[in-house]
Design a protein around this ligand. Structure first.
Ligand code: F6R
Length: 613
């Protein structure tokens, strides 16, 4: 979703703004822009905007030089992607970039129109800049005008503001992420640390309602209540451990491919804490986890998209290993429905980014219903969702840049398996012997995934056959039904082929009508208790001239024929089998998208971090 970079430094900041925007491209965007303050001319603002890629903006601004400026990648919410809607928006010598949605923009717009302000875009953002101009007429300084403006905004925002007359940038956030960067030659702000890697690793995460004035020699920071805050005391300084390699593709053609291949490594990192242990401590979820878990009688998982799918797999694990009910809800639905709160329920928010607006709101909503036993399962340590929850487990997938989630998903699965074992142990459902065996299975998981990656050449050959397809059906049963959903989501996201995931037993209740010779049916067929049932479902497809692509285990006893293609995964992996099968499906989607020539890392219309509703 939108990205912000802002800088005030002792030398030209234009290359940094462009590099920062390039680093934020992965978040998804449709236009880009920047506003620069020209010291030489005594502070005039110049603005550049482009509806193309950041590279086009770089071309426009290549001869510019400035020591302060703000920059933005926009993901359209209000108003089509166009130059007039691209940020920064300007009014009377002030420029603003904004990430989020202003919910009361219609009322503010009417008020400002009545005051004579002229609007030149269709965005909600433009009200912010006119309101700042309006309030600056009576406010003692720009900082106060921005703080007063923020008090009138309803909704979600991270903003950066620059004025021709001041050599500083003012930033604030509420609901959308924004952090400060402290450098040796300047000070900065950005949506995430990757944008600032070339100038600093010293990061300060802003809290809800903070307003900061960034200047060359320091940062003035005021909290939501108006108190002056000390950086390093009230807001800790974090040293980002993000490596440059994490945000670069290396030898891979796409970030998605790199991230698929990183899975053995990031699974090992996520599971590092179990070391050689034969037994798990609930403390891996936080110091108060033993007390909280002891009183839990059920689990509610809240998440969106791919993270929702990991929750669906976890439901099978938790009910089987811990013997307590587990429900999984799409966060955007749960937050608006009337549900029956259960204060003894463990509420688990799963999120790669930790900033997904719906997931964050759903956890707040659960808390408002008296459900205080909350656990964040997240890949971003200082994210809003982590801070909102009583307990946390941090996956160690590293930065995920490809919009389609891969390594974040499998590390979530590893973490959820740890949760299921922990709850099973607390509920005395798992013996010490079983626990030790599950931990051994987890330790072996990175190697098992590595073996699945060796299937890439064979999957590549399959992918060729999908080039002219418009639809695909993914089938799974039991634990692998959510993997069918995830396989279908991956395929539609990056190849734009319409795909549906179904529990195979449901086929004859409707989707079988779609099956013909043009409909590839991808089936996950591990050698588990449901295999014989699944085989009957596959027969139903074969007898309607459907073409089957089956991911089976070595011993699944599925016979190949002209219209039944079989790839065998190297190992059968019991309860953890979904982790292996999904890797094969990620590779399939990736190679189909490659054949189709789509923009794999930045699929159309999608954003990496969905910070608006
Ligand atoms: C799909 C994908 C999305 C995200 C969803 C939730 O490949 O990445 O469906 O899973 O937007 O995002 P997080 O996990 O950051 O809350």
């Amino acid at each position: 979703m939108c990205g912000i970079v802002a800088a005030v430094a002792d030398s030209n900041i234009v290359p940094l703004l462009i590099e920062g925007l390039t680093r934020l491209e992965y978040r998804g965007y449709d236009s880009a822009g920047l506003a620069l303050r020209d010291d030489a001319s005594g502070g005039a603002l110049s603005r550049f905007r482009s509806i193309g890629r950041v590279a086009d903006l770089a071309e426009q601004a290549k001869n510019q030089s400035a020591t302060s400026g703000i920059a933005h990648t926009r993901w359209a919410t209000h108003g089509i992607p166009s130059e007039r809607n691209a940020h920064p928006h300007m009014s009377d010598g002030i420029a603003v970039v904004h990430n989020g949605i202003i919910e009361n923009y219609v009322a503010l717009r009417e008020m400002l129109l009545a005051q004579g302000y002229v609007f030149s875009s269709d965005t909600d953002t433009e009200v912010i800049v006119h309101l700042i101009v309006h309030l600056a007429k009576t406010a003692p300084d720009l900082f106060t005008a921005v703080a007063q403006t923020c008090k009138q905004l309803e909704g979600i925002y991270a903003i950066a503001v620059i004025r021709a007359a001041d050599n500083c940038v003012i930033v604030s956030r509420h609901g959308a992420p924004l952090l400060l960067g402290l450098g040796d030659h300047g000070n900065y702000a950005a949506s995430d640390a990757s944008a600032l890697l070339s100038v600093t690793r010293k990061i300060v995460y802003l809290e809800e309602g903070d307003v900061a004035e960034i200047s060359l020699h320091g940062i003035r920071l005021v909290g939501a209540e108006g108190a002056l805050l000390k950086i390093g005391v009230d807001r800790p300084i974090h040293i980002s451990t993000l490596s440059a390699a994490e945000v670069e593709k290396g030898d891979y053609a796409h970030f998605m491919q790199k991230e698929i291949f990183e899975q053995p490594e990031v699974l090992a990192a996520t599971l590092e804490m179990i070391g050689g242990a034969q037994s798990l401590s609930p403390n891996i979820f936080g110091a108060t986890a033993p007390d909280i878990f002891a009183d839990v009688n059920s689990v509610l998982i809240l998440a969106c998209g791919t993270s929702f799918h990991s929750g669906l797999v976890a439901r099978y694990w938790i009910e089987q290993l811990a013997g307590i009910p587990c429900t999984v809800e799409i966060a955007s639905e749960y937050r608006y429905r009337v549900s029956v709160p259960n204060p003894r329920q463990l509420v688990v928010a799963i999120s790669q980014s930790g900033e997904t607006a719906d997931t964050l709101a759903s956890i707040k909503f659960a808390k408002s219903l008296g459900m205080e036993k909350t656990l964040a399962l997240c890949n971003a340590p200082e994210s809003a969702i982590v801070r909102e929850c009583a307990l946390r487990f941090l996956t160690r997938a590293g930065k995920e840049i490809g919009v389609a989630s891969t390594k974040a998903f499998t590390t979530q699965l590893a973490a959820l398996f740890l949760l299921a074992i922990t709850l099973g142990k607390i509920g005395r459902r798992i013996s010490a012997k079983d626990e030790a065996e599950y931990l051994n299975d987890l330790r072996h998981l990175p190697l098992a995934v590595q073996k699945v990656l060796t299937l890439e050449p064979a999957i590549k050959i399959w992918a060729q056959r999908f080039a002219d397809k418009h639809h695909a059906l993914f089938l799974g049963r039991g634990l692998h039904y959510p993997i069918a959903l995830e396989g279908a989501l991956k395929l539609k996201e990056i190849s734009y082929i319409h795909a549906e995931g179904y529990p195979a037993g449901e086929l004859k209740h409707g989707p079988l009508a779609l099956v013909d010779e043009d409909m590839p049916v991808i089936s996950i067929a591990p050698n588990d208790a449901l295999l014989s049932k699944l085989k009957s479902n596959l027969e139903e497809v074969a007898s309607r001239s459907g073409e089957l692509y089956v991911f089976a285990d070595a011993d699944s006893a599925i016979t190949e024929s002209a219209r039944v293609h079989v790839l065998r995964l190297p190992e059968h992996y019991g309860l953890l089998s979904p982790v292996l099968h999904v890797v094969a499906l990620q590779l399939l989607s990736y190679h189909i998208a490659l054949v189709k020539g789509t923009d794999i890392d930045k699929p159309r219309n999608l954003a990496k971090s969905v910070t608006v509703e």
